[in-house]
Design a protein around this ligand. Structure first.
Ligand code: FMN
Length: 191
């Protein structure tokens, strides 16, 4: 991703798209911290430290870059760049659950995720429609204590993703997914 002057304003536009998402009992627990300043460097440093100290992750990503499958190679090359140079992206968005109470009050559960990730997906679609580059990462999980401190997150707030946002440095290609027959089950799982 590359820096760009319009990006902060566009991020605000994306946020408006995201926050219209449905949530359990329409309690709207989604909160979105947008970071455009030097906080990005501190967050990127924490992500890089995490990468440096995780040998298993580094090996997996490095080895994947020579994989036979081109999509896999490109994805892992991009992932390494994110881990090591995250602050090249001019905007970070941290979607958070705030005081989640529906469909569960356990912020660490799959059910809690269902009340925030629809907003995240809306945001990703809106960014793509604007020609911006964004990717859902789960980097927040590995740096949660640092993130809480840097962003002054209240205790009843749970960061759910870390989305770098900017103008893409290369063209978007088509996405690749498993054949639909492989993922669709009619009436019953087996049969
Ligand atoms: C739950 C989830 C977690 C993800 N975490 C990361 C991540 O930590 N780092 C990363 O580079 N991409 C992450 N991604 C992005 C996926 O790697 C990406 O969607 C996938 O490679 C397919 O790429 P495409 O959507 O451009 O086809 C994540 C995606 C999802 C849905």
């Amino acid at each position: 991703m590359v820096p760009g002057a319009r990006t902060s304003r566009d991020a605000g536009q994306d946020h408006r798209g995201g926050y219209k998402a449905p949530s359990g009992t329409n309690l709207q627990p989604g909160r979105f911290v947008v970071i455009t300043g030097s906080g990005r460097e501190a967050i990127a440093a924490a992500v890089r430290n995490n990468w440096d100290s995780n040998e298993g992750l580094r090996t997996m990503v490095e080895q994947g870059q020579t994989a036979a499958d081109k999509t896999q190679r490109l994805m892992l090359r991009g992932a390494k760049r994110l881990f090591t140079q995250l602050d090249l992206a001019p905007v970070f968005i941290i979607p958070c659950l705030y005081q989640v109470a529906s469909p569960t009050n356990d912020p660490n559960s799959l059910l809690a995720g269902s009340s925030i990730y629809e907003a995240v997906q809306n945001l990703l679609l809106a960014t793509r429609a604007l020609g911006l580059g964004a990717v859902l990462t789960t980097f927040q999980a590995g740096i949660e204590p640092e993130l809480r401190e840097l962003l002054a997150l209240p205790d009843d707030t749970k960061p759910a993703a870390l989305i770098p946002l900017g103008f893409p440095a290369a063209n978007f290609g088509p996405t690749t997914r498993r054949p639909v027959e492989e993922v669709l089950h009619w009436e019953r799982w087996a049969g």
